[in-house]
Ligand binder design. Sequence first.
Ligand SMILES: Cc1cc2nc3c(=O)[nH]c(=O)nc-3n(C[C@H](O)[C@H](O)[C@H](O)COP(=O)(O)OP(=O)(O)OC[C@H]3O[C@@H](n4cnc5c(N)ncnc54)[C@H](O)[C@@H]3O)c2cc1C
Length: 491
Amino acid sequence: MNLMKNQNQLTRRSFIKKTGVAASLFSFSPLSISSIFFNSTDDKRIIVIGAGLAGLSCAYELDQAGYNVMLIEARSRPGGRVSTYRDLFSDNLYSEMGAEYVDSSDKYVHEYCKKFNLKVLPAKQYDGVYLKGQRLTMEGLRSGRDSLPFKGTLKGKLFGQEVQYIKKWIDLVNLKGISSPEVQGLDKISVEEILIKGGAPKDIIDLYAYANATEETTVPSKMSALDMVLSNTRTSGFSENTVEGRILGGNDQLPKILAKKIESKIMYNQSLCRLDYGSNSIIATVKENEKLIQIPATKCVLAIPATILKNININPGFSIEKTKCINNQQYGHAMKIAMQYRQRFWNNKNSIGQRVFTDTPLRRVYDFSIDQPGPRGILLSFTSGEDAIKLGRLDKNKRLEIAKNTCKNIWSEAPQYWEKGIIKYWNEDPWVKASYSFAGVDQKGFREILAKTEESVYFAGEHTATQRASMNGAIESGLRVTEELKRTMKI
Ligand SMILES: Cc1cc2nc3c(=O)[nH]c(=O)nc-3n(C[C@H](O)[C@H](O)[C@H](O)COP(=O)(O)OP(=O)(O)OC[C@H]3O[C@@H](n4cnc5c(N)ncnc54)[C@H](O)[C@@H]3O)c2cc1C
């Protein structure tokens, strides 16, 4: 173990310098590469693929426990879908272009933040509503003074309007239990279908898509009714009162800290393209530019999205059920547009608000810079589902033109302060090609199958977590795999 530690303390660059093997490094026998990072006499070598929060937490915890671990990442940075843009704005402003909110219940994120002295700040709650061209205040909605311009809604709230239409199924779960066939059968129908069965007008289905636009980045006709009903029996769901937080100074600090702790064990700019596995052996073939490198190991952790995994050459293939889930796991669409303005006009007296819920192509639009010094500021749009798809079909200039015009409709003085806009459409990202996973119709049980070990291959990533689609879920999955490996491979 000591020898391994010493070897692993060398960075790849310093090893190459010391040994002078740089030129031949990538065209050699598989063992020569593994010996750089792994003690070749050690039969407990673990290769982790993907340095998002799932892979990072797994590699970090395994390393802390004394395992011989190596982490391969296709990008030149850690964090995956946690992506804080820092250099593209003026005055050192930054913006979260990927994962943003840390809920109070996000246990694992909070634990790491505490451990690494990161502070989670509560974000502001929605204060404005812009629906069907009408400007409303959240305060007006809460008090019942204003009504939502959608048929079939209850007064006094914005979120959770669908609950009244699915009440009988919530009661069914409470009466018969989750595993009863009637309840489980709800997985065969979509959120749209169950709402229609429950007597909801079309407006409620439309509103549901907007109200859940950050939780589920897809359309109600693709989401499982079972998932919606069950989530309403467990919690009251997202509401006007939900307190969202984010890491002060940027979420990317968390993956960066984890990566720094295992710096010498991460190889960036290398992507897995083929995996050969047996019961206790792995050969991972990774690509660096045009060169192929083979890395032998004992176990492998795949912490990459199913959207990417389905195109990797796996030999022998995974089980039929696993392959079916990898190929069919549903993912949504998400785009963020960060708009830099010279002044924070959204704080002006007559403004609709700083954090606005809309049914426009921008969906949620809010002041991202509340905890950053002004006078410049960033309005961030988090748009998803059909709106993200539509914007995604347009070129960058057209997307920005729509963003600018939409902001003008919400805050008429916006155009005079406009400086620039930066866009990240995750479905265009070559290492995700999607936003995040959701429970699709007839996909009951997918998560458990996706998380199940096959021989020497372990599976992590938000899509394998009970709290999917979140940073917390990604870490949850990384910790689960760490525990599974610790049970199987004692050191
Ligand atoms: C727009 C957006 C908003 C979000 N908002 C929130 C939020 O507010 N709160 C929240 O908690 N979560 C949010 N999420 C979800 C959260 O970002 C993810 O659930 C989580 O970060 C996923 O982590 P992961 O490790 O499973 O996957 P990823 O972060 O995708 O990590 C996988 C890594 O694998 C790498 N990789 C892929 N293919 C290969 C390959 N072949 N070889 C080597 N490496 C490879 C990728 O580059 C990536 O670094 C958001 C996500 C998006 C896109």
